[in-house]
Ligand binder design. Structure first.
Ligand SMILES: Nc1nc2c(ncn2[C@@H]2O[C@H](COP(=O)(O)OP(=O)(O)OP(=O)(O)O)[C@@H](O)[C@H]2O)c(=O)[nH]1
Ligand SMILES: [Mg+2]
Ligand SMILES: [Zn+2]
Ligand SMILES: [Zn+2]
Length: 549
């Protein structure tokens, strides 16, 4: 099941939950239960927790997987705070304190001040978790990597921090290393996990420090220990050099990336997430929904609901024969939209800024320039919308200086009409004089700016030979339609339509995710993209408000 399918199933569960709310016999009792389920759905984070003795290279391994070096590492015990890293369209760090009213967003570059032993010794700042969001494609598959302070250092607070977090894990990555593999505390940890149902992967890091023979010996040794500790399903073992993996990724050297051992680890993690974890989670949610529905008094409606839950559950099961672990992995994480594609409609933006400039001049001109006053008057003023737009940014004094000619114009018109004998036609004449989009100067300035921006865009697209450029923003529907109307190249139009379709789908998903997190009272989990989803969703359908704030 790819991420897309997974989310669609999740949204289907949320829809069923909302419908159950309508059928609920006792709203209050129901609401608590439903909120709890929404919360689970909204939080739905697959916590892959990295543990191991201090200085094994846990943080380095995370950096290597992400192909960046933003998380602080060092030769002395370093990480002092639980640090999770998950997908977000923009870089963002949320520091959550144990007293949650103190939560704050901080720049990524300042992370060391919060999560390291030097910046925040023994987590004296009382941070519950630093949540890092990064636009990494690997993370888009739904991982929450959780880095923990190393076990077994002299800093007891750090060990306690890690131990208290362990129950939150969905799976563990035990990071040990070729220099003295499997310390006492790592063995203790393994024994504990072997008694639980959680999966664990074991990484032997720093393979660059040993030769082939030593490497083989260490692997045999660790393999033996694992087989002796786990009665069945002994953890998979990986030999890796986080240091070389990161360097090779940064150099885009695919041979050295492969040699670092990181790829087989990454493949295994993705496989695990896709074939097992997701369907288990969804099926568990369906079970809980069904439990809830069973407690409703039987009625046609509740029977219908129960049937639909069962059907969804079957569908999830069918999509995932891989529950037994045999399904082929198909991971279709598609490239996300570029930053440009997330920018609001560029035609709207051009029109707004032109109009903004115009308005500034206009406000001034009509207080001092009789020609401008006359012009405004003969157009009968502005359209209703822009009249108030003008009012909002003008002073009473300016209005009283600039606007009397408009009122006088109407007075003169009416006086003329009073002596007109054509009473029948009067109402329609009056209506025809009213200021609308075609006579309002603001409207005309905006329309002109829009036409110019569209013409520019159309020219650019035609010149670049049928390539929908990555730099194109998320056009609003009205402007998209006008743009398409100017183009002749079928292939280009087809490309633009697919691109726009992908944007619309993506926003619909952002909106559903955002709704789910609101339902689940987990607003702090909203990514920047989800937070702005309501606004961006509407902005894809309608032109921007006439003037930028
Ligand atoms: N030679 C070698 N050194 C590595 C490798 N990975 C990490 N290191 C070094 O090991 C030291 C510790 O790395 P960290 O990533 O900070 O280790 P950690 O497990 O996060 O440490 P704590 O946060 O204290 O628990 C650093 O000096 C790294 O440069 C590797 O693959 N090879
Ligand atoms: Mg660390
Ligand atoms: Zn637009
Ligand atoms: Zn107008």
């Amino acid at each position: 099941m790819d991420l897309r399918e997974y989310e669609q199933h999740k949204f289907a569960i949320a829809d069923l939950l909302r419908q159950m709310e309508l059928a609920a016999p006792d709203r209050q009792e129901w609401r608590d239960q439903a909120t709890a389920l929404f919360t689970r759905l909204a939080e739905d984070r697959f916590n892959l927790v990295l543990v191991g003795r201090f200085s094994r290279g846990k943080t380095s391994l995370m950096n290597a997987i992400l192909g960046m070096d933003q998380l602080p590492t060092g030769i002395i015990p370093l990480t002092s705070v639980i640090t999770s890293v998950a997908y977000g369209s923009v870089e963002r760090v949320r520091v959550r304190y144990t007293k949650n009213f103190m939560d704050e967003d901080v720049p990524l570059a300042s992370l060391p001040r919060y999560v390291t032993q030097q910046g925040n010794p023994g987590n004296a700042k009382g941070i519950k978790e630093a949540e890092v969001q990064l636009p990494s494609e690997f993370l888009r598959r739904g991982f929450h990597f959780v880095d923990t302070p190393g076990l077994g250092s002299a800093i007891e607070e750090n060990t306690r921090t890690t131990e208290s977090y362990l129950p939150e894990a969905d799976a563990y990555l035990l990071v040990t290393s070729f220099d003295s593999p499997l310390s006492g505390e790592e063995m203790r940890f393994l024994r504990e996990v072997s008694a639980s149902s959680r999966s664990v992967f074991v990484v032997l890091n720093k393979q660059d420090m040993v030769n082939d023979r030593e490497r083989g010996e260490a692997l045999d040794y660790v393999r033996g220990k694992l087989d002796a500790t786990f009665e069945q399903n002994a953890p998979k073992l990986f030999s890796v050099s986080a240091r070389q993996a990161l360097a090779a990724k940064q150099a885009h050297d695919s041979e050295r990336i492969e040699a670092s051992g990181i790829l087989s680890l990454e493949r295994e993690l993705v496989d695990f997430l896709l074939t097992q974890k997701r369907s288990e989670f969804l099926l568990r949610m369906c079970d809980r929904l069904a439990d809830l529905a069973r407690r409703f008094p039987a009625s046609e409606q509740t029977l219908g609901l129960a049937e639909r839950i069962a059907a969804l559950s079957r569908r999830i099961g069918v999509d995932n024969p891989g529950r037994a672990g045999s399904a082929p992995v198909q991971d279709s994480v598609t490239a996300g939209p570029t930053a440009a594609q997330l920018r609001p409609c560029e035609v709207c933006a051009a029109a707004s800024s032109t109009l903004w400039e115009f308005q500034r001049r206009f406000q001034y001109e009509i207080t001092i320039n009789p020609a401008a006053q006359h012009d405004l008057a003969t157009h009968g003023g502005l359209c209703s919308f822009h009249t108030w737009q003008y009012e909002a940014s003008s002073s009473p004094q300016g209005i009283c200086e600039g606007y009397p000619p408009v009122l006088e114009y109407w007075a003169a018109w009416m006086r003329g009409a009073a002596s007109d004998r054509d009473v029948q036609g009067l109402a329609s004449k009056l209506n025809a004089r009213l200021t609308d989009e075609t006579s309002c100067v603001y409207c005309r300035v905006r329309a002109k700016a829009e036409s110019e921006a569209l013409a520019d865009l159309s020219r650019q697209l035609t010149e670049t030979q049928a390539q929908a450029p990555d730099s194109l923003s998320a056009l609003c529907l009205p402007h998209f339609a006008r743009l398409v109307g100017t183009l002749r190249n079928e292939q280009l139009i087809g490309e633009l339509l697919s691109r726009q379709a992908a944007l619309l789908d993506r926003l619909a998903e952002d909106m559903k995710r955002s709704a789910l997190k609101h339902d689940g009272v987990r607003r702090y989990l909203l990514s920047a993209e989800e937070e702005s989803a309501s606004n961006r969703g509407l902005a894809l359908l309608a032109r921007a408000r006439p003037i930028a704030d």
